[in-house]
Design a protein. Structure first.
Length: 294
């Protein structure tokens, strides 16, 4: 990759990693559903002008029901679940759980689309889930002070991403990627509007929480999608997706710098196992190279 592409990849990882930081800051004042409604609405407001500039707004009109489904599965539901999880889990820990998305994606694609994983990919799936067990082994408690529900919410969010990927591939494959991204944010905004209104906080969120919410929409959603699709166009989807491997690293760094979160050696060890399994499961370590393994 060229220097510009590497810079874009690093920035993408930094932005997606920062999303967990911003959620930790804003969700206590907004609540999960109102915060994610703001995020999706702002993200849609950023992406719609770009879609119009490219002359692709017409791509939003067909299959409105399918776009709403993608908006729920790929944005509204996982965003809200992760926001709930960050009420009790650190940014870095939650981001490590988020790194299992490609593993769920491979499993859903096998079950739904018949994409049979290779022997190496199956080994990666086993290793990845082993890393998850290592990561959460001391967190699965469903008592009053336990974090089991937050861990479960995070894993359900990653499963939702996996289902959304296969749904998009099966039902919306002919639609331009930017159209899918924009449509998903519009659909997610519509899906979250009523729940967010019903759970809107009685006490108005402060300036810091609003700043974090706007940053989630503008930087971590709108700008991040623009970078992501630019990378897809320049280096291909497999290399563009490798930016997800940087998310936990940046989330841990941002959490340590701005929130005083202290990652443990156990987190680093389990995270390394998860990332190794994910790399194998997605073909990133395939000897043929990412472009052929995708």
């Amino acid at each position: 990759m060229k220097g510009r592409d590497v810079a874009d990849l690093l920035l993408l990882g930094a932005l997606w990693g920062a999303s967990f930081l911003f959620m930790r800051v804003a969700v206590p004042q907004f609540g999960p559903l109102p915060l994610m409604a703001v995020r999706c609405a702002v993200g849609a407001a950023v992406l719609l002008p770009l879609l119009a500039w490219r002359g692709q707004v017409g791509a939003l009109r067909p299959s409105a029901g399918r776009r709403l489904a993608v908006g729920v599965l790929n944005s509204a539901l996982p965003f809200a679940l992760f926001a709930y999880a960050t009420l009790s889990l650190t940014a870095g820990f939650t981001a490590l759980l988020n790194s299992t998305v490609p593993i769920w994606g491979a499993l859903v694609a096998y079950a739904w689309l018949g994409d049979v994983p290779s022997r190496r990919q199956r080994a990666g799936l086993a290793i990845g889930f082993g890393g998850v067990l290592l990561l959460v082994r001391d967190r699965i408690s469903f008592g009053a002070s336990g974090e089991g529900l937050a861990v479960l919410a995070s894993l359900l969010a990653t499963l939702s991403y996996g289902v959304a990927a296969s749904f998009t591939r099966r039902r919306l494959a002919a639609v331009p990627a930017l159209g899918n991204a924009t449509g998903s944010q519009v659909g997610a905004t519509l899906a979250l509007a009523v729940p967010a209104a019903l759970t809107w906080p009685a006490e108005p969120p402060g300036a810091g929480a609003w700043s974090a919410a706007i940053a989630l929409g503008v930087a971590c959603t709108g700008l991040a999608y623009i970078l992501y699709f630019r990378l897809i166009a320049r280096v291909g989807p497999a290399r563009a997706m490798s930016g997800t491997y940087l998310v936990p690293v940046f989330a841990i760094v941002w959490g340590a710098i701005f929130l005083g979160e202290r990652p443990t050696l156990a987190m680093f060890g389990a995270g390394a196992v998860i990332l190794l399994g994910t790399a194998l499961a997605t073909g990133l370590l395939d000897r043929r190279g990412p472009s052929q393994a995708a």
